[in-house]
Unconditional design. Structure first.
Length: 293
């Protein structure tokens, strides 16, 4: 049976995608609509999403959605269900990023990153899970980053938000899979989404960090689109394929740079853990029984 025939037979999914006005979120919304599914696109500004929604009447919906607003989160879920049907796939893609050393960044910017990147995503998935549990189907896609596994100077707080999302999602899929639901992480590398134009620095620079976070600042200030290897359209196709597949996935790494950086981090971590193995084992009570976990 062809994909289009499947859609006509009622197998189309309803997606709610946050941060859909640009970048990977927009590319994913467009790709999903092209496959015949229904999409509610949420972002703080409607501009580009409105144009896309008009091209797919009845299957696309553009929503004003600041994920830090409880009222807008609730309204987005309600409008999606009323206009497009029950939510089958939630994609938590909305994110903000401020650059600077840990000591440099302003506290308000640190908190803003956690409110959007972590707490907003958590609140939305908690809104859609009761319906998914009732229908015994549904997928949560939490968009992390290669920075969610391998942190770098200048991006520590952003990485922290993604590390938190990784830990939550890892627990979530263990809770959901016995219920017939799914949760997964997408870990993109550097994609040509125009992010270099939206990058913001936080706080005042400190000279002592000139060789670490300062060096990264200098690179970011001179970055050009061709320095980003990832194609958002190909990433969108990959995410759609994973969601549509019957094969469960948990970590979906996208991009050659992500594969390289994450691989280096995992190799370093394993090597250091193995090097300290004797010390690790020496800290148990002698003759201790089987651990609880």
């Amino acid at each position: 049976m062809s994909q289009e025939q499947e859609k006509k037979n009622g197998n189309a999914r309803t997606w709610l995608i946050t941060g859909a006005s640009s970048g990977l979120g927009y590319a994913l919304a467009k790709y999903v609509l092209e496959q015949g599914d229904r999409v509610a696109m949420g972002a703080r500004t409607l501009d580009t999403m409105t144009d896309l929604a008009e091209r797919y009447p009845g299957r696309a919906l553009a929503l004003t959605l600041d994920v830090t607003s409880a009222e807008q989160r609730a309204a987005a879920v309600q409008q999606t269900e009323a206009r497009l049907g029950s939510i089958d796939v939630l994609v938590n893609n909305a994110a903000v990023d401020f650059l600077g050393a840990i000591e440099e960044q302003d506290e308000r910017d640190v908190r803003a990153q956690f409110e959007v990147n972590f707490f907003g995503a958590v609140a939305l998935l908690r809104l859609v899970l009761p319906g998914m549990r009732g229908r015994k189907r549904g997928t949560i896609v939490n968009v992390s980053s290669m920075d969610g596994i391998a942190s770098v100077p200048v991006n520590g707080y952003y990485s922290s938000t993604k590390f938190a999302l990784e830990g939550l999602t890892e627990s979530l899929w263990q809770e959901l899979e016995p219920l017939g639901l799914r949760a997964l992480l997408v870990e993109p590398g550097s994609f040509r989404t125009g992010i270099e134009q939206r990058t913001k620095f936080s706080g005042k620079t400190i000279d002592d960090y000139s060789a670490t976070s300062g060096a990264f600042r200098a690179v970011v200030e001179k970055v050009t689109p061709d320095m980003f290897p990832g194609d958002p359209v190909r990433a969108a196709a990959a995410i759609y394929q994973v969601v549509a597949s019957d094969r469960p996935r948990h970590w979906v790494v996208l991009g050659s740079d992500a594969l390289r950086r994450i691989g280096v981090k995992l190799d370093m971590q394993r090597a250091e853990i193995e090097a300290g193995k004797d010390m690790t084992l020496s800290t148990d009570y002698p003759g201790a029984g089987q651990a609880v976990l």
